[in-house]
Ligand binder design. Structure first.
Ligand code: FMN
Length: 453
């Protein structure tokens, strides 16, 4: 069972209300805050700490940021890669992942950033590949609106070929560094990419040799049809959402099929379902904790996060007003939220309130609440029923949400033999059981690209 911490370099967890939790630390602008989280996760032998990212404040609601600032709705967002390095320096085995968008950065830049982190952390890094989703990000990054959903993924496919191509530029034995002969590296073993494609050009040669784990692990979380095709082709760790064991099983099988049809070994992909545990020494104590947590969210938290995720101004509608067919079609962000609300409500024109109630965005309503046995039972069932290979664990508050999980649930999972008792290797790939990729391995599942010899 793989465990990943779902982290945010910001003033709250992915629940905006978390900063109001009495036990939340408020020094989220300090390195010590992130170091403390890293220590808790490493103590619990988490495989990976992963930071999400968004390149804008949630200001789609009412086209204004004031509500986000007033209520602390993720209005602080630090650069996750810099914060990641801070955590890397405070840990020895914990994997370190950060999100970086293929829509707003150049592939050469992203390849160099993550290859460098991989070296600086002795082979523990991972990149969460996202295509970004709303106009706020576009406006901050020099565009007028977000690019169309499927086109973002077409562009991301080409982006991946460039990044992986650059990561393969230095053969594993290219470096010589022999002071006596004066040979630094073998010129025949460092290659230029010379990529000229539909969306990008990048020449090379790349300037960072390969790391202990070959190259960073690729994380992906696409959920739409197009997104899952992308995840099936490139993702090594996949984040998924599964409202039930049965839907998780279907999603798991479908994603593994995507990998197989892309020509990959489906076992080279680890699927982690998103969970929010609320745990304590007993079920009753956990329920008390949950009762407090459920008091914290505000209506505006939900409205603001829905507006930014769906790229639609929910302030333009009354809470009980149905969304028109045209409005629903105009949503350009996370289509999966819209499609789930349509499916669950059975209403072709759901109201804003239905979006709030069904999506739970900004609320902890789908938390797994219990003592060590109840939480471990729920996780073990999803795991053994092949609904997932592990979990991406969100926190109701930090670092306490993780500390509770590590203290109460991790030992129970270890006792049951479903979770490792210690790290088995030095690199993230070794700990995940993923092979070190041979140079050019990715070309077997993306054959359309030529890398110059
Ligand atoms: C656990 C998890 C973490 C995610 N982190 C980010 C993130 O940091 N930034 C982002 O823009 N999208 C993030 N996403 C959204 C996905 O990248 C993806 O866009 C979304 O699941 C919808 O799928 P689609 O792009 O195929 O429509 C995350 C999704 C999940 C499930």
């Amino acid at each position: 069972m793989v465990l990943v911490g779902f982290l945010q370099a910001q003033n709250c967890t992915n629940l905006p209300a978390s900063w109001r939790h009495p036990e939340s630390r408020t020094d989220f602008l300090s390195a010590d805050y992130y170091r403390a989280i890293a220590r808790v996760l490493e103590h619990g032998k988490f495989h990976l700490a992963f930071f999400d990212d968004r390149l804008a404040m949630p200001d789609r609601y009412g086209n204004d940021h004031a509500h986000a600032v007033e209520h602390g709705i993720r209005c602080v967002k630090l650069d996750p890669i810099v914060v990641l390095m801070t955590m890397g320096m405070a840990s020895r085995r914990l994997g370190l992942g950060a999100t970086c968008s293929t829509t707003y950065y150049e592939p050469f830049h992203v390849a160099r950033l993550f290859a460098t982190i991989d070296l600086m952390t002795d082979g523990r890094s991972a990149w969460n590949v996202v295509t970004s989703l709303n106009d706020g990000e576009a406006l901050n990054m020099g565009r007028s609106e977000v690019m169309e959903h499927d086109l973002r993924y077409d562009r991301a496919d080409e982006f991946m070929r460039i990044v992986l191509g650059h990561w393969d530029s230095w053969e594993d034995d290219a470096l010589i560094v022999d002071k006596a002969s004066g040979r630094f590296a073998d010129g025949a073993k460092v290659h230029r990419l010379d990529h000229r494609g539909e969306f990008f050009q990048s020449r090379g040669p790349f300037t960072v040799p390969r790391s202990a784990q070959g190259h960073p692990v690729i994380i992906q979380a696409g959920q739409s049809g197009r997104g899952r095709r992308f995840a099936g082709r490139w993702g090594e760790v996949i984040f998924a959402t599964a409202p039930s064991v049965e839907s998780g099983r279907r999603g798991y099988a479908a994603l593994k099929d995507e990998a197989a049809s892309a020509g990959r070994d489906p076992d080279g992909m680890l699927i982690c379902n998103l969970i929010t545990p609320v745990c304590a020494e007993t079920k009753a104590a956990a329920e008390d904790k949950m009762a407090l947590i459920q008091q914290l969210p505000l209506e505006i938290d939900q409205l603001s996060l829905l507006a930014e995720a769906l790229n639609f101004d929910f302030a333009s509608k009354g809470l009980d007003e149905p969304l028109t067919t045209e409005e629903l079609a105009s949503f350009s962000g996370l289509h999966t939220i819209r499609d789930r609300v349509l499916a669950v409500s059975g209403n072709p024109n759901p109201t804003v309130r239905e979006f709030m109630q069904i999506s739970h965005r900004g609320r902890p309503d789908d938390a797994i609440v219990g003592g060590p046995h109840e939480v471990a039972d729920a996780l073990e069932e999803m795991f053994v029923e092949r609904s997932c290979d592990g979990f991406v664990v969100a926190a109701t508050h930090v670092p306490g949400g993780y500390a509770d999980f590590v203290h109460h649930v991790v030992p129970e999972l270890q006792r049951r033999g479903v979770y490792h008792v210690d790290y088995s290797g030095a690199t993230l790939r070794e700990n995940l059981g993923l092979p070190r990729p041979a140079i050019g391995a990715w070309k077997t599942y993306s054959p359309s690209v030529a890398v110059s010899p």
